[in-house]
Ligand binder design. Structure first.
Ligand SMILES: NC(=O)c1ccc[n+]([C@@H]2O[C@H](COP(=O)([O-])OP(=O)(O)OC[C@H]3O[C@@H](n4cnc5c(N)ncnc54)[C@H](O)[C@@H]3O)[C@@H](O)[C@H]2O)c1
Length: 237
């Protein structure tokens, strides 16, 4: 599906990023794993210069970039705090890191893609940016969903629409995927309560997102532009 396509996965060392890198390679694309912790392709999505240096490094090696996926997830240590415990500064910092970072990635790659004459961007949002959290799934656990996360993820979906439309006539498409929760050793009670609000599986494995990612990266979705695809086993219904 991705024969010879150069696909940059930002946040490629993370839970989702690692399986995205593998999926792109299995589809015969060339996956570039870019991450703040990567030695080969380091990038900080909150720095314009860092994103520019990444683009330059990749193009000097491969001569082109077909697509970028932003799966980076910078956050503060107190990001998980419950609503009444969130400090203003913390809300702003997480918004700057995640929503500001998503903006910078799109802006800098759009610059490059315009010069190149085409391009494809995939943002990673979340069901928390589509519907309000189902707080009942956290009952009896210390977990919650951060208020900034809902604001940021809704922002990522709408910024996707903005940038797609702004880039009219450039052969650049911009789409978004909004996954449900991904299995990562969570508390059993939470997993049960979460499954109760889904249709079949409940929390998903990271590989369950790969089909949608490959579709958005491939020419099968050539005229899908400015869209958000929810992959959540019906959580958001
Ligand atoms: N895990 C889930 O359940 C889930 C569900 C829905 C949506 N998402 C979304 O998927 C995306 C990836 O989440 P994840 O679970 O893989 O997170 P993760 O923390 O496992 O991975 C994120 C990666 O981003 C990198 N990173 C952090 N700050 C960075 C920066 N400033 N610049 C570049 N890279 C940076 C980290 O080193 C890490 O490798 C996020 O947008 C998240 O909101 C995750």
């Amino acid at each position: 599906m991705l024969n010879n396509k150069i696909v940059v996965i930002i946040g490629g060392a993370g839970l989702l990023g690692q399986s995205f890198v593998q999926a792109v390679e299995e589809a015969h694309g060339i996956a570039i794993c870019a991450d703040i912790v990567s030695a080969e392709y380091p990038v900080d999505i909150t720095s314009k210069e860092s994103i520019q240096a990444l683009i330059q490094k990749i193009t000097s090696v491969y001569g082109k970039i077909d697509a970028v996926v932003n799966s980076a997830y910078p956050r503060t240590k107190t990001f998980g705090n419950h609503f009444f415990d969130v400090e203003y500064a913390d809300f702003c910092q997480n918004t700057n890191l995640q929503l500001g970072g998503a903006f910078l990635v799109m802006q800098q790659f759009a610059h490059y893609f315009k010069e190149q004459g085409y391009g494809n961007m995939v943002n990673i949002s979340s069901i928390q940016g589509v519907v309000a959290p189902k707080f009942e799934t956290y009952e009896g656990t210390p977990m919650s969903s951060p208020v900034a996360y809902s604001a940021i993820k809704a922002g990522v979906i709408h910024m996707t629409r903005y940038v797609a439309k702004y880039l009219k006539g450039t052969n650049i498409r911009v789409n978004c995927m909004s996954p449900g929760g991904i299995l990562d050793g969570q508390n059993e009670l939470f997993l049960k309560q979460y499954k109760d609000v889904c249709l079949n599986k409940g929390m998903l494995d990271n590989a369950d997102l790969n089909g949608t990612l490959l579709y958005l990266l491939s020419d099968l979705s050539q005229y899908v532009n400015g869209q958000n695809i929810v992959v959540d086993d019906g959580f958001s219904l």
